[in-house]
Write a protein that binds this ligand. Structure first.
Ligand code: GLY
Length: 311
């Protein structure tokens, strides 16, 4: 058995392995691991403590996928609930739908008995407020249209330390069952209602136990347009190895014409339990842990330099 996660998944990866050691499913493992990241107040990209949108409200997105059945559940733009990954799981299990957003997702969470909570921490609020100063948002002349001011904030998405983050978990048990989960507070200072790739099945999350799973962090707009997580799994299905599949999916992003091009990371796992991860940031890392390990290991991702083919 093995669990692979983005580096910020370290706080939950041991718990995820423990779940499977005790007989839980990969879905149980992914949910348990991600819940701990969602509760980590030091992580400003996921769950409680996440950075808010333009209006100062924390909006969470998450998705979960069962690689055995290709069942999936997702929620987007959820206010006031700490564990969107668990709401996404309930969508998958309880409804004939895949994806709920905003008030509908919140109503469903209440019906399922999830406790509402305040997601905005003082530290996240302070970072959010400082972003307007750092980006020169206020220095734009009054006559400049509001949306042009927004572009100053959007440009901060180039800096993953400031604007991005998300958590990915992929789990494989000893019987070949696989699941993949993703949770995020999304792009900080985003326009209210904006959804990234994390809750979009095929973009930020895809899993098929016959081939493998993949999940993304980074600028979700790119992964949505290139269907990046699905591409990795389709390249595995076509017979490529995990390294080549990930590099090909990264290279596919080069076709995008995009003003804010860059900032993309993938974690992947093939059906044999071979982990891999990719990034256009040469310093990015990921974590994994097998059932035989006492502690997770953190490894560098394969660096894939992305050069847009068209500007
Ligand atoms: N990858 C997370 C997002 O773009 O929201």
């Amino acid at each position: 058995m093995i669990v692979v996660a983005s580096a910020n998944g370290r706080v939950g990866i041991k718990a995820a392995i423990e779940v499977m050691k005790k007989g839980g499913s990969p879905i149980d493992a992914v949910e348990a691991g991600i819940r701990l990241v969602e509760s980590n107040l030091e992580d400003h990209s996921v769950g409680k403590g996440g950075l808010p949108n333009l209006a100062g409200e924390v909006e969470l997105d998450a998705s979960i996928m069962d690689g055995d059945t290709l069942a999936a559940g997702a929620v987007g733009a959820v206010h006031g609930f700490e564990h969107p990954i668990s709401i996404a799981r309930r969508v998958m299990e309880e409804l004939p739908h895949v994806f709920l957003v905003g008030p509908g997702a919140e109503r469903f969470a209440k019906e399922m008995g999830f406790e509402p909570t305040d997601l905005l921490t003082p530290e996240a609020k302070e970072i959010w407020a400082r972003g307007f100063v750092d980006s020169d948002f206020y220095s734009a002349p009054e006559r400049v249209r509001y949306l042009e001011r927004m572009r100053k904030l959007a440009a901060m998405a180039k800096d993953p330390e400031k604007a991005h983050g998300t958590v990915n978990f992929i789990a494989l048990d000893d019987h070949g069952h696989m699941a993949c989960g993703v949770s995020t507070s999304g792009w900080a200072w985003k326009y209210p209602g904006r959804l990234g790739d994390s809750p979009v099945i095929g973009a930020g999350n895809y899993c098929d136990s016959r081939y493998g799973g993949a999940a993304c962090t980074g600028r979700g707009e790119m992964a949505i347009r290139a269907a990046t997580a699905h591409s990795v799994v389709m390249y595995l299905k076509a017979g490529l190895g995990i390294q080549e599949a990930g590099i090909r999916a990264m290279n596919d992003l080069e076709d995008l014409v995009d003003e804010y091009f860059g900032g993309m990371n993938i974690v992947a796992l093939d059906r044999h339990g071979e982990p891999a991860a990719f990034s256009d940031n040469p310093n990015a890392t990921f974590v994994y842990m097998t059932g035989d390990m006492d502690e997770p290991v953190e490894k560098p991702r394969t660096y894939v330099e992305l050069k847009p083919t068209r500007r």
